[in-house]
Design a protein around this ligand. Structure first.
Ligand code: ADP
Length: 380
């Protein structure tokens, strides 16, 4: 390390600039071309929990969770070598790491400048956990999630359907209760006939409820899905950022572990992000009142041209009575749950030719896994 030039320091003119930038509400981090931190604004100190003095000269990857943490030097090397921009001037939704270890969603925009003979990079970071900041960017992402694909209208559709379903379900409950009352004591033939009729009605109503549910599933499955080659790490990063919105107070720690060869998938991005988002939200819900809140998202090559993605939590786990029917629609343990999330996930994954299942996480909690087509071979 001794052959590296010392980190740049600031001149007086630059100090003036810094005082102006100190008032910018977004966090600002300036790095040199080796990734070493040259400036760390007051807002950045607040956002990441480090003081400027502590991070000066340190590698900026300190502010990132895995795998970016290990790969950032390589990202910079690639850019400096090829000039190909993956982030500079573009702005991306990513995940950052606080000093205390928890991760949070951010939007990062990076600008590049030349100072003397050196290139410097300025990152403006917006914390997306704070809703008011998140709104614009999230609206973009969510409206993509909400309009582009057909799965999209599922939210609206689901509440309409829930409403519609209430009718047959209430009718079923009424008919069954009626039949039960009629069957009390020693019913005569007429009473028995009435009870039979009530049960027939109940059966018909449940067929109707089933049709309503099927309509929802058809709506999702037969939609025009647009499959393209997508970059899995990016897809995960965005879904992750969206999934973490509003969860900062729970201090969820997130790890993303991507194995080599699990980069490109052939999918409908919106649909797969919907799956990830749903699994991440469920994982967070399951961990809220647990002492350890660790979310691990991993991807690895699987057999037969598929990539396996897993979302593991340290939550309360899934009891056997729930486990048997988890992917059925309208199965929920949550007060405000719809219970259709996992059913939709399964429909989407199966429409992609993959499968979805869950296992207990060895250290406690649940791991959901699914497979999606690997597009890597197409580009080799
Ligand atoms: P909802 O989230 O609306 O309840 P889902 O279909 O997404 O609908 O989930 C159904 C049920 O499965 C949840 O209510 C919860 O009981 C259970 N569940 C899903 N994911 C997890 C998880 N990671 N850990 C524990 N339970 C889970």
């Amino acid at each position: 390390m001794t052959d590296q030039p010392p980190p740049r320091t600031w001149s007086e003119g630059e100090t003036h600039l810094r005082s102006i930038l100190a008032t910018v509400p977004d966090a600002m981090v300036v790095i040199d071309e080796r990734g070493r931190i040259m400036s760390f604004s007051a807002a950045a100190e607040k956002m990441f929990g480090f003081t400027e003095a502590e991070v000066m000269g340190e590698n900026v990857s300190l502010l990132m969770p895995s795998p970016d943490r290990e790969r950032h030097d390589q990202y910079m090397g690639n850019y400096l070598g090829t000039g190909r921009r993956k982030i500079i001037g573009i702005g991306r939704v990513l995940t950052a790491r606080h000093r205390d270890g928890y991760t949070f969603p951010i939007e990062l925009s990076v600008g590049e400048a030349r100072v003397g003979d050196q290139r410097i990079f300025t990152g403006f970071i917006r914390d997306l956990t704070e809703r008011q900041h998140a709104e614009t960017r999230l609206q973009d992402l969510q409206s993509e999630l909400a309009h582009v694909g057909r799965v999209s209208e599922v939210g609206t559709l689901a509440s309409a359907l829930a409403h519609e379903l209430n009718q047959p379900l209430t009718a079923i409950a009424n008919y069954c209760e009626g039949a039960r009352d009629l069957l009390q004591g020693e019913p005569d033939a007429d009473t028995l006939a009435m009870a039979r009729e009530a049960l027939d009605e109940a059966a018909q109503q449940s067929v109707r409820a089933g049709q309503i549910v099927r309509r929802l599933r058809d709506f999702i499955t037969y939609g025009q899905t647009e499959r393209k080659v997508e970059l899995l790490p990016r897809l995960i990063a965005e879904a992750n950022a969206l999934g973490l919105v509003g969860s900062r107070e729970y201090g969820v720690e997130v790890d993303v572990e991507l194995e080599a060869g699990a980069d490109r998938v052939l999918v409908d991005r919106i649909q797969i992000q919907q799956v990830l988002l749903n699994l991440i939200r469920n994982a967070i819900d399951a961990m809220i009142d647990r002492p350890v809140r660790q979310l691990t998202i991993a991807a690895a090559p699987d057999l037969g041209g598929f990539i396996r993605v897993s979302v593991a939590d340290t939550g309360k786990g899934i009891g056997p009575e729930m486990a048997a029917q988890l992917f059925q629609p309208f199965v929920t343990s949550k007060e405000h749950g719809m219970g259709i999330g996992l059913s939709i996930c399964r429909t989407i994954i199966e429409a992609h030719g993959g499968r979805i299942w869950f296992e207990p996480t060895p250290s406690g909690g649940t791991t959901f896994l699914f497979t999606i087509p690997d597009a890597g071979a197409l580009h080799e």
